[in-house]
Design a protein around this ligand. Structure first.
Ligand code: CA
Length: 342
């Protein structure tokens, strides 16, 4: 395997598995996370995992289903688990196709077990609830073995997003250059350098703190599988592995160059001032102006009130709109992507 920091001698964790991360070949199994319940005190939930390793090279962790209602990544990585063979690999690919497995089986963002969004639970806690225990295992057992992370998301039921790879801004220009090259290699129509809400509890943030080159994505959303978003997801996942040097294959060419965009700050977000039904005025991808009307929120329970018009907070491309019709106060209803200033 590639040169890397020494692994921790022993990690305190309740998670167990028959996967041997150091073994060559292809292993498909589960991570067993304890789940004591009324009918099964020694019950466990098996989180699917595959490890495909051969020869010398980097280790890539590729994940989907951090949020259970985001489907393009789960499909893409399920196909990859079936397809990927050791002879195609130089190094190691660790695949978690349905990472927050209870949420994936429920088709929901949050887990039905402990009500948690696991992407707000990193770096985890070995004595916490299910999501914290699993997050801790990933952060402390898997991430120390990894040089590259691709964490595939979509917008879930709540959001609908222009298919994009995403990454955080880095203060290190060398890391930014690596991210730009990786994004262009992935070949999504858009790459977003994202400033978002409550980001430091996420899997990519945990990876970045370990010096891992971390990319995420938003491929569609609205609680459905969108064929054009799935096509972008499959191309990006394949090309990510090729660019990382772990997959011996030709990249899949993208029809167009990747547009690099950013949300410089949270002014790019428009939040609903009150609940109701959001009427978007524009389609995803429309070029919009700061201050222009973005849509209206209708209070169907208050027919005496006029709808509230909300406005764009930045100039650029309408990158994300509401995925579900109804909104609660404080929900984002529009996010505008500005061209990346470099
Ligand atoms: Ca997500």
């Amino acid at each position: 395997m590639a040169d890397r920091d020494p692994l921790p001698e022993r990690v305190e964790t309740k998670v167990f598995t028959d996967i041997d991360y150091e073994a060559p070949g292809k292993q498909v199994s589960v991570l067993r996370v304890p789940n004591s319940n009324n009918l099964s005190g020694w019950g466990t939930i098996g989180v699917p995992i595959a490890v495909v390793a051969s020869g010398t090279g980097p280790t890539v962790l590729i994940t989907a289903g951090v949020h259970g209602d985001e489907y393009e990544g789960q499909i893409t990585l399920s196909k990859l688990v079936h397809r990927l063979e050791p002879r195609q690999v130089q190094g190691r690919v660790i695949i978690l196709p349905a990472l927050h497995f209870p949420a994936c089986m429920a088709g929901s963002r949050m887990s039905p077990i402990d009500g948690r969004d696991i992407n707000r639970c990193f770096p985890g806690d070995p004595y916490g609830t299910f999501a914290f225990v699993l997050a801790h295992y990933i952060a402390e057992v898997i991430l120390p073995r990894v040089q590259f992370l691709f964490d595939i998301h979509s917008g879930g039921r709540g959001l609908n997003v222009t298919p994009s790879t995403c990454a955080h801004h880095s203060a290190d220009p060398q890391v930014m250059a690596q991210l730009v090259a990786l994004a262009q290699a992935c070949g999504a129509p858009t790459h977003m350098f994202l400033n978002s809400v409550d980001e430091n509890r996420t899997l990519p943030s945990a990876a970045e703190r370990r010096g891992i080159l971390a990319m995420s994505s938003e491929f569609g959303g609205a609680g459905i599988v969108q064929p054009h978003a799935l096509e972008v997801a499959e191309r990006a996942a394949h090309n990510f592995l090729v660019h990382a040097g772990v997959l011996r294959a030709d990249p899949i060419p993208a029809p167009d160059p990747t547009r690099l965009v950013e949300t410089p700050d949270l002014n790019s977000f428009t939040f609903a001032p009150h609940g109701g039904i959001f009427e978007p005025y524009h389609r995803l991808g429309t070029e919009v102006e700061k201050g222009a009307p973005a849509g209206a929120i209708h209070e169907i329970d208050r027919p005496d009130r006029s709808p509230t018009v909300v406005h764009y907070g930045a100039t650029g491309m309408l990158w994300c709109t509401r995925g579900a019709g109804r909104v609660e106060p404080g929900d984002p209803v529009a996010i505008v992507a500005s061209d990346w200033r470099g």
